[in-house]
Design a protein around this ligand. Sequence first.
Ligand SMILES: Cc1ncc(COP(=O)(O)O)c(C=O)c1O
Length: 374
Amino acid sequence: MIKIPQFVKKLKQYKAGKPISELAREQKLTKIVKLASNENPLGPSPKAVDAIQKALGGLNRYTDPLSHDLVMAIANKYNVQQNHVICGHGTDSLLAYIVNAFTTESDEILTSEGTFIGIYVSIRKYGRKLITVPLKEYTFDLDAIYNAITDKTVMIYLANPNNPTGTMFERDEFEAFMAKVPEHIMVILDEAYTTYADDNPNYPNGIRYDYDNMVVTRTLSKAYGLGGLRVGFAVGPDEVIESLYKVKLPFEPNLLAQQGAIAALDDDEFLTKTKELNKNSLAMLKEGLEKIGIKQVPTSANFILALMPTEKFAKEFTESCMNQGLILRHVDTFGIANGVRINSGTIDETKFALEVMANVYNSLCDNQKEKVEQ
Ligand SMILES: Cc1ncc(COP(=O)(O)O)c(C=O)c1O
């Protein structure tokens, strides 16, 4: 009999937001809006779609294992050295490589409660020790993280803006933190939502720093509209990047992902439209949630964390919205049991979402009142 290690037995399979096709099949709905995965509601970058179509004829060949052209495009765009960049199948893949390559079983990896589920999964799947500190007002508490460092801490994960809260820590706080963290501890700074935050002058744009113990990760799955392809990249010191190349799967990201990503990175018009739509749609969402009476966390990303009275309420709210064609994300598995995350959609999608949420919220509140009165 094959022996399955305890830490693998304890893992739970990743549960993503429900796909639109599955919900349509189950509920026989004609209109479905998915605002559960922080995707770009405008679709993919049109330049990326063109490039992918042109690349299709080359599918019989393995692609460039070093993603040379994509690495060069990233190095040029962000003004970093080519040997400081590596690309992977989404940030998620790179996070797994980083955890695997730079930690061993007895090491502690420190982060916050209520952050990106992917890092928890990567830490647990390699049987590493996950140490978390609470969020402070739904934001990474960098002082608490610093104070939780022990002799066994080898890595710290920060997400800025954070998912699922949308909050960000500011430049001064980040710089003070980095100045104190011992240099043998690797800091991962996950900037999946940087596009939505970097107009803020207090946003500490990680790629502009040059710390010897920091790796910055970015993704094209969100603002660049390429979640279906999944391309992520990491920027860090050359020895770190060189080691990551040794553990990375060859030919990742695949041919279409590489070509699509190169074109998307060059699509400034698409990025400007994306930011503009996000600004307008988030403003609508914020105002609409306030009108309904749903509490929310101030955001610097492309989504809002709505706070429900209880975990049970959040679960029922998410399920009822789904039954009416609105897919949201209950973020209990991220560590926020009463949180429901909703990302900015097109203006039409946002209107629809607010209508559904108002109906569902009011009827759940009415049900609760009736129960109390009975
Ligand atoms: C903070 C954060 N990091 C990374 C990712 C994963 O991105 P990718 O699709 O590149 O793996 C996400 C996706 O939700 C995220 O929210």
